[in-house]
Design a protein around this ligand. Structure first.
Ligand code: AMP
Ligand code: GLY
Length: 441
C-alpha cells in the first residue's frame, strides 16, 4: 500500500502517525512534510499547493490513497483533479471546500437548512456594510468571506472597531480578494468546542470532541494565532450531546450538499459556540483542525485508514463506529520568537527522547539545516501529553516543554484551563477573562 499525505504541519505529522499505526507495512510519502515526519514517512519536495506536480507524483507512484491536510489545496480543487485521474483521495472536492473557503456560502447554507449559527448579513459594498453596522448591537464580528489563513475573523467590541475592520478589508485590501466580501455577524457568548466528523457524502461520523486555544497569551489574551494548544476530550463529550450536534448541525449540511449535487466527503470540522440556547456554529472547516488533530488522533483507537479508503472510493461508512482510548491528551504548542506578528527561523532545536506512551512531539515549523534540526516558522512543535486524566496529560505536556530548547521559544502554560480551572468560568459557563479591553467573553 502506498500513501501520500499532503501538508507540513503538526496535523499532518499526527495523521502520518495514525496511518503508520493502521498500515505498518505501507510506504508513506509526505509532500512537503517536515523533518519530524521522517519517523514515519519519506518526504517529497512538492509544495501542498502545487496540484499539478502532486498529481504527476501520485500517478507515477500509483498512490493508493492521498490524504489532504490543509484547506488551500482542497479549495483549489485538488480532489476534483485526482478524481478525474482516477486516483483515490480523501477530502472534499472544490464544491465541498466552499464550506470553509466562502463564509458567505456557509452562512447561506446554514440559514437555508436551519442550522443554528450567529445571525448575519453578507456585503460586497463597504458603504452598505457600514450602514448595516450603524444599527447593529455591540460587540459584533466582521469576517472576510474568503480564506485568510485563520486571521479573517475580527471580534469587535464597538461599532467603531467594526467600521475600521470593514475599511481595512474592503477598501484597504487587508486579506486581498478574500476580504472583498465580508460577513457581519452577531457576537455569540459562550465557550467554544471543536467537533470533527468523517463524512461519506450521506452520513457524518463524529470523532472525539476537543477545544483549542487561539490567543497567543495566558488567560486567552493577545493576538489570535493558528492555535497555541488544545485538549481532548472536551466536555460536553457525552454521546447524547454529540448525537444532537450530528443531527442538528452536520446532517442538515450533508443533506443540503447532497441535494445540490455536491455530496460532501472528507473531514468536516464544526467549530461550535456553546451558548445558553445550545450549540451554534462559529465556522465550518473542510479539514481537521490544527492543533486539535494532535490530541484527537492519538486518542482514536479505531483504524482510520480503512474508513478513509472507503470514503475515497465513494463507498459508505455505514456500520463504522470509531472508538476512543480512555484518558486524555493535551498539546502545548511551542512557538518561535515574535509569533504571531512575525516569525523567526534557523534556531537549533534540542528535543530529548520521550516515552511515546506519555509524550509525543509533533513537528510543524521545523527544518534540517546542515544536519541540524532548526526552527522554520511560527508554530514550531506540538508537545502532546497523554495520560489517564487531563490533569496528568497537561503536566506531562508542560514538563516535556520545559525540557525542549530553542532560542526564543514561547508557549502557554494554561492550555486546558476550561477543564482544569473551572473556577475561571462564570455562572453561565462564560469565561470571565478575555483579551485586554474586552468584556467578559
Ligand atoms: P473563525 O475564523 O470564524 O473561526 O473565527 C475565529 C475566532 O473568532 C473563533 O474561534 C471565535 O473565537 C471568534 N468568533 C468568530 N465568530 C464569532 C462569533 N459570531 N461570536 C463570538 N466569537 C466569534
Ligand atoms: N485550530 C483551528 C483550526 O485549525 O482552524
Amino acid at each position: 500500500m502506498k500513501l501520500l499525505i499532503i501538508g507540513s504541519g503538526g496535523r499532518e505529522h499526527a495523521i502520518a502517525h495514525c496511518l503508520r499505526r493502521d498500515a505498518p507495512d505501507a510506504t508513506i510519502h509526505a509532500a512537503p512534510g517536515n523533518p519530524g515526519m521522517l519517523d514515519t514517512a519519506e518526504l517529497i519536495e512538492i509544495p501542498a499547493e502545487d496540484i499539478g506536480a502532486l498529481l504527476d507524483f501520485a500517478v507515477d507512484r500509483r498512490i493508493d490513497l492521498t490524504v489532504v491536510g490543509p484547506e488551500a489545496p482542497l479549495a483549489s480543487g485538488i480532489v476534483d483533479r485526482f478524481q478525474q485521474a482516477g486516483l483515490p483521495i480523501f477530502g472534499p472536492d472544490r464544491a465541498g471546500a466552499r464550506l470553509e473557503a466562502s463564509k458567505a456560502f456557509a452562512k447561506q447554507l446554514m440559514r437555508n437548512c436551519g442550522v443554528p449559527t450567529a445571525d448575519y448579513e453578507t456585503f460586497d459594498d463597504a458603504r452598505e456594510a457600514m450602514d448595516y453596522v450603524a444599527g447593529h448591537a455591540e460587540p459584533l464580528v466582521i469576517k472576510a468571506s474568503g480564506l485568510a489563513a485563520g486571521k479573517g475573523a475580527i471580534v469587535c467590541e464597538t461599532r467603531d472597531e467594526a467600521r475600521t475592520a470593514i475599511e481595512e478589508m474592503m477598501i484597504g485590501g487587508k486579506f486581498g480578494t478574500a476580504g472583498a466580501r465580508v460577513v457581519v455577524e452577531e457576537f455569540m457568548h459562550g465557550v467554544e468546542l471543536s467537533v470533527f466528523f468523517v463524512a461519506d457524502g450521506e452520513r457524518a461520523v463524529p470523532l472525539l470532541t476537543s477545544r483549542d486555544y487561539k490567543r497567543v497569551g495566558e488567560g486567552d489574551c493577545g493576538l489570535n494565532t493558528g492555535g497555541m494548544g488544545a485538549y481532548a476530550p472536551a466536555a460536553p463529550a457525552d454521546p447524547a450531546f454529540i448525537d444532537d450536534v450530528r443531527r442538528r448541525i452536520a446532517q442538515p449540511v450533508l443533506d443540503a450538499m447532497g441535494e445540490a449535487g455536491a455530496p460532501y466527503r472528507g473531514f468536516l470540522y464544526a467549530g461550535l459556540m456553546l451558548t445558553a440556547e445550545g450549540p451554534r456554529v462559529v465556522e465550518f472547516n473542510c479539514r481537521m483542525g490544527d492543533p486539535e488533530t494532535q490530541v484527537v488522533l492519538p486518542l482514536t483507537s479505531s483504524n482510520l485508514l480503512e474508513p478513509m479508503l472507503r470514503v475515497a472510493r465513494g463507498e459508505s461508512l455505514a456500520g463504522w463506529h470509531p472508538e476512543a482510548a480512555a484518558g486524555a491528551a493535551l498539546v502545548t504548542v511551542m512557538a518561535s520568537a515574535g509569533y504571531p506578528a512575525s516569525s523567526d527561523a534557523g534556531r537549533p532545536i534540542r528535543i530529548p527522547a520521550f516515552d511515546p506512551d506519555r509524550v509525543r512531539v509533533f513537528h510543524a515549523g521545523t527544518a534540517m539545516e546542515g544536519g541540524r534540526l532548526v526552527t522554520a516558522g511560527g508554530r514550531v512543535l506540538g508537545v502532546v501529553g497523554l495520560a489517564g486524566t487531563l490533569e496528568e496529560a497537561g503536566r506531562r505536556s508542560r514538563e516535556a516543554v520545559a525540557e525542549i530548547r530553542f532560542d526564543g521559544a514561547h508557549s502557554r502554560s494554561d492550555i486546558g484551563w476550561h477543564a482544569l480551572e473551572p473556577g475561571r468560568l462564570g455562572p453561565a459557563g462564560s469565561a470571565l477573562i478575555g483579551p485586554p479591553g474586552a468584556a467578559a467573553l
